[in-house]
Design a protein around this ligand. Structure first.
Ligand SMILES: [Zn+2]
Length: 215
């Protein structure tokens, strides 16, 4: 059982703050002022990324130098509806040619959305209500959980394709859906970003051919 012990919590907090400050010190030490030159005055990101707040999902898995490069939107369940203005800003104001939705295996938001979450707070319920899943159950199997993650990614891509239909038609925007697999449940390597949807096309052969073209 978790017991509240103010002195333990103070020690824990001190440890976290200390780590943050130390890591930032190291970042400052290892990054010359020139590093910041390209994006010190403005940002020209190449991608708008909608991903989950989950602590196991971070940009270093997909971009070695995300600074100035990725316009990041994070929320539970990697949704557009709960952060629509931010997504719109990336696409319509910063004109990123790519909008990528990154879901992930073992997403707690998907599990929660599939179950009875009526006892959650209004704020959490609000952010779970917009996740539409094929299966609603409190006893989600691993397979159904993964299917739910993929279904949500596809729903988000479809939402974007309707919202940004003009940009996609003009070919100034491509919408991609992906699943970040830190458990290797998809068998393509632990930590793999698996593309599951390109502009609404979920056919694996089509995706493979398109990615080959783009490489
Ligand atoms: Zn998640």
């Amino acid at each position: 059982m978790h017991t509240h012990n103010p002195s333990n919590e103070f020690d824990q907090l001190r440890g976290i703050i200390k780590n943050l400050i130390q890591d930032n010190d190291e970042f400052v030490r290892t990054h010359e002022p020139e590093y910041f030159d390209p994006f010190e005055q403005q940002q020209h990101p190449r991608a708008t990324v909608v991903t989950c707040s989950d602590a196991r999902v971070h940009t270093q898995a997909l971009d070695k130098t995300p600074d100035g490069d990725l316009f990041m939107i994070r929320n539970i369940g990697n949704q557009i509806a709960t952060a629509e203005g931010s997504v719109e800003y990336g696409v319509r104001h910063l004109h990123t040619p790519l909008l990528i939705i990154v879901g992930h295996v073992a997403c707690g938001a998907i599990k929660a959305a599939a179950s009875n979450y009526s006892s959650e707070s209004d704020a959490i319920k609000h952010e779970l209500n917009s996740i539409q899943l094929p299966i609603k159950t409190d006893e989600l199997t691993t397979d159904d959980w993964l299917r739910g993650v993929i279904a949500n990614v596809n729903n988000q891509v479809n939402y974007a394709l309707i919202k940004f239909a003009d940009e996609v038609k003009e070919q100034i925007l491509t919408v991609v859906g992906a699943v970040y697999d830190f458990q290797n449940v998809l068998g393509q390597g632990q930590g793999r970003l698996v593309i599951v949807n390109i502009n609404g096309n979920i056919d694996t052969m089509h995706i493979a051919a398109r990615l080959l073209e783009l490489r």
